[in-house]
Each structure stands twice: as structure tokens, then as C-alpha cells.
Design a protein around this ligand. Structure first.
Ligand SMILES: [Zn+2]
Length: 635
């Protein structure tokens, strides 16, 4: 930024090292916040609006006798005040660009300049302290041009102290300058405020902080991954000092290179690339990628609620980008990604995902565990994404009555007692409630739809007359499907009962063999958590998932071995080892198939024309959790 006429120019980071920014390297180790504390206005990060005014005042020698710097912690209040003290006392004359070489400049740098009196008001609140301090005011400076009083956290002074200070502020001797700093200007008496020139320092944007971090890391010759720096920039919440302190700690934590993963571990924050990966998976409608991302994330045991929160915040920005692209700045370093996602998704989808994520976060405490809660939220988003043209074609063939050969009856049972007064419910005459629905191919679903009728209240005064929300229960119950021949067996097809010959025993066929072994009780349960690792002649090796090995003993191994031997008709030697199965265990397979069937049921239900009509015409809300596939095994 160049401001004509005032000599203020912010130095681009790549040129700063050619200037007077000379961190002292004589000390053993100095924290970065101290080492890189700016010594001139030009080295300051941000606060250009304040600096311009100060530089202009200094250059034109129109000096006020009291300055008040306000702003949150770590934004540069005392730093600016100290630089100003140097500007006022540099031996080259009052200047906006102190030399840094003369004894006054050096002594102020080292904190031992006799005419700069720094007071932390937080520790000296008593009126005696202030009196003692102000008695000093009448004496001329011993070395410098001005006697400078720098009072930090000035709002902490007592009322009597303020009164004592006020007298001096009313008639200050010409050789005295007051530099006051506070995080809380509201607590200052108006009489004091009105006698100060006030400067409000702003929080720094993550963009500015990241730029500064990059510069310092370049100077310090420390390698880094930029997404990690954005996390630090966000975590610092606008404070340069906090940002550098975090940087210091992150360098210690990461031991060398500042990796994005290392920084998110250190901050306990969520690596934004994870959120982007999840969004990419949603856009690609790729459940495998979404689950893989969550699995990778789970290794670092994150707070899954925070993941959802970050996803919500991302979706929020994508939604804004779809309406007002210019509103998305690059202050978080991800403008391009947000815009790309905004272009790749429909507005409706973004709203839908946002809603599902919001609900997912709300439901998280009730989920089996946080990870499965997040997984279900993502799978729900995928399940409810309106079909893309290519997928729509596949969907059409699914709902073709001839193809399915099944009929499903959708019964909607309104809770008449509650719904009686609702116009919405009145429209749902019993006749309309029993509908021949389009047949569905996959398992029928039993669903409860809880409907809250939107109630508009035009005048707040009629609140008492608000009609209670109507409850409409919809249960979709289908006659049990005759096991219709499946044209293209889905992964959820029932396991075949065809015996598997020993020659075909593999990790893929093992779950099928398992189901035919006739095991029961704990042996069955434990064997279900085994994956087949290898087969060699009549010897097989099984890996028992360590997480389910608590009840395992040799007896179970013997029973399993016996069952396998009987199944194949020859003596089989089965070795069972504990570990992480590399292939799918029968139990994992069962869970997966159940999930798939459930998602299929949800999909079918939500694509049912009647349900869609209920949703679009009456604003019905689907209670997704109540959708369960009817298990053919039970019938
Ligand atoms: Zn100087």
C-alpha cells in the first residue's frame, strides 16, 4: 500500500529482509514473537490506517500529548507505542523513521531508556502508585527530547488514579507524552477519553497473518506446508503475538518441517483438506471415498462434532458463493476451492447437505459413536442427493413395474386426534391415505413421517391461538416380497447356499462358507470376526479381529476347526491369529449389507412419488431414522 504524501508504505514481505529488520541472533533462543517484534512502522503487519495517521503527524510535527491505542490482545498496541517513543526521541530528530542506530533508539529497543517510563496498570492500580508516577512528570527528560509515559492496560487504574492522571492530561508540560494502551476502552472515564487521540487497532485477517508467517519461516529457513499455516492463521484469531506463539509451539511440536497434519494434530483442529475431500466425495457421489476420508481422519482421533461444524461452515460459504461469488474473499486461502464446489453443486443440494449436516450434528450425541454418526450423515447426504441424469436413467428402470413385479401399498395413518384442527391433515382424507404406490425393487420400508405443519402468526398478540403442529404418521408397509429373481444381483443379494469346494476357499468366499458351518453361540460370534488370510493344502490361517478377541480361547478355535473339517469333509488345520483383518470378515460383511439395504430402503422410500408429493405439497418431514428395511429372513 502506498499513500502519497505521508511517506507510509508497507513493505512487501519479499523485500523486508533488505531493510532494517535485523533480529538479534546473539541470544541462545528467542521466542519468535520477540525476535520478530517490529522496530519501525514499516515492519508492522497490518494497522495501516493507524500508521498512516501517526506517520503523517510525525512528519508534519503536529503532535498530540496523549495517544490511546485500543484493540484486542496481541494486535500491536504496545509495539506501536514503543516505536512511537523511538520516533519521538531518535537523536536524528522527530521522525517517522527512527534510525535504530543512535543511543536513544538502541536503549529503547533494549528497554533501558531512562525517559521511557513503562507502567503496567494491571499491577499498579493504587492512587499512590499513580501519584508517584505523575510526580515525575514535572521534571524535564534527562536524555531524550520527551519524557514518554507508556501505560499498558490503562483501564485497570482506580478512579482516584484516573483523577490524578486527568489533572496532568488537562495541563501537560510540553516535554511529556502519554501513550495509553487498553483492551477495554469502555472502562475509561469519558474525561480521560476526550483528552486522548484514540486509535483503534484491528484484528489481523488470517490472510495477513499467513503472509507474515511465510515471511518469517522463509527467514528462519524452516520448511512448511501452506494449508497448515492457514490453520495457524485462523487459530490466532487476529492476534500477531498469538500467531507467532502458536508458530513457536508448532515448530517444537512438528520437529522440523511444519506439515499440515502435524499442525492440525498440534492445534487439535481439523485439517481443511479433509473437509475438501469430503465435499469432493459428495460431488462425485462416491461413498467409498467419503468413508475412506473418514477412516483416515479417525486415525487421528479428532472431534467429529468439529468436523461437522467445519463442514457446515464450508457449505455456508459454498452457498454464499453460489449467490454472490464476489463475497468470497481469499482470507482463508480457499477461495478457488469454494467457488469450484459452488459451481459443481446445485443450490438445492447445498441446502440439503447443510440441513443434513445440521441434523447430523444435533444427532451426534445419540449416535452409536461419533464416527459412525459422521459416517451416517455423509451416507445420508449421498442417499438423498437428487439423481444426476445418468443415475436417473438407472432409477427409472428400477421403478418400472414390469421389472420389479412387486406391488407396495403405502398406508398413511394420520394421528387424527391431533391433526383434526389442521387444514393440512384435513386434506389427507382416509381415501387419499391408502394409495397404490409405485412398486419398488429393493426391500420395502417401514417409515414414520413426523409432520410439523408450518403455522404463520401474523400478529404476535394472537399467539395463544396457535394451532398445535399436526402429527401425521406415515407407515409404508409392503407385502412381503416373494423372493423375486434378481436380474442383476445387488451386493445385498442373499448369500448363496451352494457349498463351496475347498479349492475355491478364499478370503472372498470365506463369509459364504462361514454361514454354512452351523456354528452357534460365542464360537459363531468370534468366528464371524475372523478373516481368511491364507489357504495352503489342508491348512488355513485366519486372522481374528483383535477388537473382538476378548472372549476367544482355544476351545473356540477347536470347534471352528472341527466345523470347517466337517464342512469340507477332510481334516483341516486352522491357525487363528489376532490382528487386523485385511479382508472382510463375515461379521463386517453382514454390517455392510445391512447398511446397504437400509440405504436402499431410504432411497426407495424417498423416491416414492407419494412420499415426494407429501413432502412437496404438505411440507412433510421424513423421519429418516425410522426407515428400516424389512428383513426377508424374518418372514
Ligand atoms: Zn535514532
Amino acid at each position: 500500500m502506498h499513500v502519497p504524501g505521508c511517506g507510509w508504505q508497507e513493505i512487501p514481505p519479499d523485500q523486508r529482509n533488505s531493510l532494517s529488520l535485523r533480529p538479534s541472533s546473539t541470544m541462545s533462543y528467542q521466542v519468535l514473537a520477540r525476535k520478530w517484534r517490529p522496530r519501525t512502522f514499516r515492519e508492522m503487519v497490518g494497522q495501516g490506517h493507524v500508521l498512516q495517521t501517526l506517520i503523517h503527524a510525525l512528519d508534519s510535527e503536529r503532535l498530540h500529548h496523549a495517544y490511546l491505542f485500543t484493540g484486542t490482545r496481541g494486535v500491536g498496541k504496545t509495539t506501536i507505542a514503543r516505536i512511537l517513543a523511538r520516533c519521538l526521541n531518535c537523536e536524528t530528530g522527530i521522525t517517522s523513521n527512527p534510525c535504530g542506530e543512535c543511543s536513544a533508539c538502541r536503549e529503547i529497543n533494549e528497554g533501558r531508556f531512562i525517559d521511557l517510563i513503562e507502567v503496567d496498570a494491571a499491577s499498579r492500580t493504587k492512587v499512590e502508585d499513580t501519584r508517584e508516577l505523575l510526580e515525575n512528570v514535572q521534571y524535564a527528560p534527562s536524555r531524550g527530547r520527551f519524557k514518554v509515559f507508556l501505560i499498558d492496560e490503562v483501564h485497570m487504574l482506580s478512579n482516584n488514579s484516573f483523577n490524578a492522571l486527568l489533572k496532568t492530561l488537562e495541563e501537560p508540560p510540553p516535554h511529556v507524552k502519554f501513550l495509553l494502551a487498553t483492551t477495554d476502552p469502555q472502562k475509561l472515564p469519558v474525561t480521560v477519553l476526550s483528552r486522548c487521540l484514540q486509535f483503534n487497532l484491528k484484528n489481523l485477517s488470517p490472510e495477513k497473518l499467513v503472509e507474515h508467517l511465510k515471511f518469517i519461516l522463509g527467514e528462519e529457513k524452516i520448511s512448511f506446508e501452506e494449508p497448515g499455516l492457514w490453520q495457524l492463521g485462523r487459530a490466532a484469531q487476529g492476534s500477531v503475538r498469538d500467531c507467532l506463539t502458536l508458530l513457536d509451539q508448532a515448530i517444537g511440536f512438528c520437529e522440523g518441517t511444519l506439515t499440515t497434519a502435524g499442525i492440525s494434530d498440534f492445534l487439535g483442529s481439523i485439517d481443511q483438506t479433509v473437509i475438501r475431500d469430503l465435499m469432493d466425495a459428495l460431488i462425485a457421489q462416491d461413498a467409498t471415498a467419503a468413508l475412506a476420508t473418514i477412516r483416515k481422519l479417525a486415525d487421528r482421533s479428532p472431534d467429529f462434532a468439529v468436523v461437522l461444524q467445519e463442514l457446515l461452515s464450508w457449505l455456508h460459504r459454498v452457498a454464499i458463493a453460489q449467490v454472490v461469488p464476489d463475497a468470497i474473499d481469499n482470507s482463508l486461502g480457499d477461495r478457488e476451492q469454494v467457488l469450484a464446489h459452488a459451481a459443481a453443486l446445485s443450490r438445492e443440494n447445498v441446502q440439503l447437505y447443510y440441513q443434513i449436516a445440521l441434523k447430523g450434528r444435533e444427532d451426534l450425541p445419540a449416535a452409536l459413536d461419533a464416527r459412525s454418526g459422521l459416517e451416517m450423515t455423509l451416507l445420508r447426504m449421498l442417499a438423498f442427493t437428487p439423481q444426476l441424469p445418468g443415475r436417473a436413467a438407472a432409477q427409472t428402470s428400477n421403478s418400472d413395474p414390469a421389472a420389479a413385479g412387486q406391488k407396495k401399498k403405502l398406508i398413511i395413518e394420520p394421528n387424527l386426534a391431533q391433526a383434526a384442527s389442521s387444514q393440512t391433515a384435513a386434506a389427507l382424507t382416509p381415501k387419499a391415505l391408502v394409495t397404490e404406490a409405485a412398486p419398488a425393487k429393493v426391500s420395502p420400508a417401514k417409515v414414520v413421517i413426523a409432520k410439523a405443519a408450518p403455522v404463520k402468526v401474523d400478529e404476535p398478540l394472537v399467539k395463544a391461538e396457535v394451532i398445535p403442529p399436526a402429527q401425521v404418521t406415515i407407515a409404508a408397509v409392503a407385502p412381503v416380497a416373494q423372493p423375486a429373481p434378481m436380474a442383476n444381483p445387488a451386493p445385498s443379494a442373499p448369500v448363496s447356499v451352494t457349498p463351496v469346494p475347498l479349492a475355491e476357499l478364499s478370503s472372498d468366499t470365506w463369509p459364504q462358507v462361514f454361514l454354512q458351518l452351523g456354528l452357534s453361540g460365542v464360537t459363531r460370534s468370534i468366528s464371524g470376526h475372523c478373516a481368511l488370510a491364507s489357504v495352503s493344502g489342508n491348512q488355513i490361517k485366519l486372522i481374528l479381529d483383535t477388537r473382538h478377541a476378548a472372549l476367544f480361547n482355544e476351545e473356540h478355535g477347536r470347534r471352528l476347526e472341527q466345523a470347517i473339517s466337517e464342512y469340507f469333509g477332510i481334516a483341516i488345520k486352522a491357525a487363528i491369529e489376532l490382528g487386523m483383518p485385511a479382508s472382510e470378515t463375515p461379521s463386517a460383511r453382514r454390517v455392510r449389507i445391512e447398511d446397504e439395504r437400509r440405504l436402499a430402503a431410504v432411497h426407495d422410500f424417498t423416491h416414492d412419488p407419494v412420499v415426494q408429493a407429501l413432502v412437496s405439497r404438505f411440507g412433510a418431514e421424513i423421519n429418516y431414522d425410522s426407515i428400516t428395511p424389512i428383513n426377508p429372513d424374518q418372514h
